[in-house]
Design a protein around this ligand. Structure first.
Ligand code: F6P
Length: 531
C-alpha cells in the first residue's frame, strides 16, 4: 500500500499544485465539522492520491480500531489498558463498558464534585486560611500541566475566577517565581499527577507545602490532588474530599477533560468547562459517524501521512493566528510526539516508515518576524498548519483582527505561489542592472509550491477549543493506527528518568568514576562551579 502511494508521489511530485486549484477543488478538498472548516486545498494531494490515502485507512483497520477505542477495548496493548479519554466528555452518550462495568456513573459523579469544588472556590465558600482564594497554583508536568495551561490561556476571555499559575519544571526558578506573587493564606495548590510519583511534581509539591506551612497553620487544607493514586494523595496528607480521581485508561496527555482540567474549570467556571467538553463530544461523534472523505480527523491525519511518510517532510509547523493559542504548539508537541514518536510497531517489528513528525510552532504574526524566513526560502519544505478564527473577542478592535486574518491567508498564499525570477527582477530593476540585478533578484525568489492546511472556525470559545483538541487527539489516533504503532504508551521517557535518579547522588558529590568520560567531566566542571 505504501508502494502505490510512493509511486503516485513520484509521478506528481514535480508539478505545481497551484495548477490543480479550481472552484471544484476549493470546495472538495475541505472537511467540515460543525462550524469548523479544514482546508487542504493547498497541498499536492489530488483525487487519486486521496483515494490511495483513504485505502490506507481501510487496509489498516482504522474504523474497527476507532470503534474498539470508544467501546473500551484494550487497545493500549503494551500496557494492557483501554484508552478512554473520550468517556470523560461523554456527557450524554450512555454507558461505556470496561471489563463488564459501566464507567460513566463514576466519571459523571467526579465531574459533579469538580463542579461543586470549583463553585465553592470561585464563590468563596471554600476559603483559604486568610480568606477568599485569590490564586490557584497547578503543580504538574507533561500531560498534567500542558493541557490546563494551554486551555486557561486559550480561554482567557472567559476567565473570571481566581488567577491561575502553572508550575512544572523542577528548576527552582519556576516555582519560586510563581510563589513570589502569591499569598500563602489565599492560595490553593493543586497537585496534578496521574501517578503521584513524578519526581518533578512531587518535589515542587513539597516545596509549596513548606512555603505555605511557614504562614498558615494547616497547609494541607489548601491543597487538592488530581490523581489515580489514592494512596499517594493520602500519604501526602490531602483529605479525600479534595482528591479527584481518575482511572489508568486516561493517558496523561489525553487527560485535560477530567480532573486534570480542574484549574481550568476554576478559571472559567463549570458551565464553560462543560461547553468545552461538549465541543469535544461533538468532534467525537463526527469522527465516529462521518465518511472518511468528510471526516475531519481522518483527513487531517492523511495530510500528515502524505507530508511526512510519503513526501518525507520531517517536521510540521503549527501556526495559530490566534494569540490565545500560543501554548497549543507545546501541547501538541507532547500529544503528537509522545504518542507517535515510536520506532517499533505494535507487533514488535521495526517500523517500516518514518514515525510521527517533529511538531513545533508559534503564533502568527510573531513567527513571521522570526522563523518564516526558513519556511519560505530554506532548502527544506516545512508543511504549515494554520489556525484562524473569523472573529476575536474584542469587537471594538475587529479591524485589527481583520489584519491578523489577512496575514494568515497571505502566508498560505505566499507559500503556494512563491515569486519567480522574472517577478523578482522586476521588483529591483529600478535599483540594479546587469550582473548585480541578477544577483539581487535571485535572493528575492521564493520557490513556492510549499504545502499548508488551514483550520478555520468562527471564534475561539470553550466549545470550539474542545472541538480543536479532540480533532488533534483523533488525528494522532488515526496516524498511529496507520503506522501500526501504539500511540498510548511512552517507554521512551523511562531511560532518562532512571539515569537522572542514579546521577543525583553523583551530582551531590558522589563518585563519578563509573560514568563515561564526557558525563564525568561535566560533573566535575559543574562541581568546580558550585553545583
Ligand atoms: O514522563 C512522561 C509522563 O509520564 C507523561 O506521559 C505524563 O503526562 C507526565 O510524565 C506526568 O506524569 P504524571 O501525571 O504521572 O505526573
Amino acid at each position: 500500500m505504501w508502494d502505490k502511494l510512493r509511486a503516485h508521489h513520484d509521478a506528481v511530485n514535480i508539478r505545481r499544485f497551484e495548477t490543480l486549484i479550481n472552484d471544484e477543488r476549493a470546495a472538495d478538498f475541505t472537511a467540515t465539522a460543525g462550524d469548523m472548516r479544514l482546508d487542504y486545498v493547498k497541498t499536492n494531494i489530488d483525487a487519486d492520491g486521496r483515494a490511495l490515502l483513504i485505502d490506507l485507512l481501510d487496509e489498516t483497520g482504522v474504523g474497527v480500531k476507532r470503534d474498539a477505542m470508544f467501546n473500551g477495548e484494550t487497545i493500549n496493548e503494551t500496557e494492557g489498558r483501554a484508552v478512554l479519554h473520550t468517556a470523560l466528555r461523554n456527557l450524554d452518550g450512555g454507558p461505556v463498558m470496561v471489563d463488564g462495568a459501566d464507567v460513566m456513573p463514576e466519571i459523571l459523579a467526579t465531574l459533579d464534585r469538580m463542579d461543586d469544588f470549583s463553585t465553592a472556590v470561585r464563590s468563596g465558600t471554600f476559603n483559604g486560611q486568610g480568606g477568599k482564594i485569590t490564586d490557584v497554583v497547578n503543580i504538574g508536568i507533561g500531560g498534567s500541566d500542558l493541557g490546563p495551561a494551554m486551555g486557561v490561556l486559550a480561554l482567557a476571555p472567559y476567565h473570571d475566577g481566581p488567577r491561575c499559575h502553572f508550575v512544572s519544571n523542577v528548576d527552582p526558578a519556576d516555582i519560586s517565581q510563581v510563589l513570589r506573587h502569591c499569598d500563602p493564606a489565599t492560595t490553593l495548590v493543586i497537585v496534578a499527577s496521574k501517578t503521584f510519583t513524578t519526581i518533578e511534581t512531587m518535589t515542587n509539591a513539597r516545596t509549596a507545602k513548606a512555603w505555605m506551612g511557614e504562614i498558615v497553620a494547616d497547609p494541607a487544607a489548601q491543597f487538592a490532588a488530581l490523581s489515580t493514586s489514592e494512596q499517594g494523595t493520602a500519604d501526602f496528607g490531602i483529605a479525600p474530599e479534595r482528591v479527584f480521581g481518575f482511572q489508568d485508561w486516561v493517558g496523561g496527555r489525553y487527560s485535560m477533560w477530567g480532573p486534570i482540567g480542574l484549574s481550568m474549570m476554576i478559571a472559567i467556571g463549570p458551565d464553560a468547562f462543560r461547553a468545552f467538553l461538549r465541543g469535544a463530544q461533538d468532534m467525537d461523534r463526527h469522527f465516529q459517524a462521518a465518511d472518511w472523505v468528510d471526516n475531519m480527523p481522518a483527513m487531517l491525519a492523511l495530510t500528515g501521512i502524505w507530508h511526512n511518510q510519503i513526501c518525507g517532510y520531517g517536521t510540521r509547523a503549527v501556526l495559530p493566528y490566534d494569540n490565545n493559542l500560543s501554548r497549543l504548539p507545546a501541547y501538541l508537541q507532547q500529544l503528537e510526539m509522545e504518542s507517535n514518536g515510536k520506532g517499533v510497531s505494535m507487533d514488535g517489528e521495526d517500523l517500516s516508515v518514518n514515525s510521527g513528525p517533529v511538531v513545533w510552532g508559534e503564533p502568527g504574526t510573531n513567527g513571521q518576524h522570526a522563523f518564516y524566513q526558513l519556511i519560505h526560502q530554506g532548502t527544506r519544505v516545512v508543511p504549515c498548519e494554520f489556525l484562524v478564527a473569523a472573529r476575536g473577542h474584542d469587537d471594538d478592535l475587529h479591524h485589527q483582527h481583520q489584519l491578523l486574518v489577512a496575514n494568515c491567508l497571505a502566508q498560505s498564499e505566499a507559500l503556494m505561489k512563491g515569486r519567480d525570477l522574472d517577478e523578482a527582477r522586476s521588483k529591483v530593476a529600478d535599483k540594479f542592472d546587469g550582473a548585480e540585478l541578477e544577483r539581487q533578484a535571485k535572493h528575492r525568489v521564493f520557490t513556492g509550491n510549499r504545502p499548508s492546511i488551514t483550520l478555520a472556525y468562527p471564534k475561539l470559545d470553550p466549545f470550539t477549543l474542545g472541538q480543536i483538541i479532540a480533532l488533534y487527539e483523533h488525528r494522532v489516533f488515526v496516524e498511529g493506527v496507520v503506522l501500526g504503532l501504539n500511540s498510548y504508551d511512552q517507554w521512551g521517557v523511562e531511560l532518562g528518568k532512571e539515569l537522572a535518579t542514579a546521577l543525583q547522588p553523583i551530582v551531590e558529590g558522589g563518585d563519578a568514576s563509573d560514568k563515561d568520560g564526557s558525563t564525568a567531566a561535566l560533573v566535575h566542571f559543574l562541581r568546580a562551579h558550585g553545583v
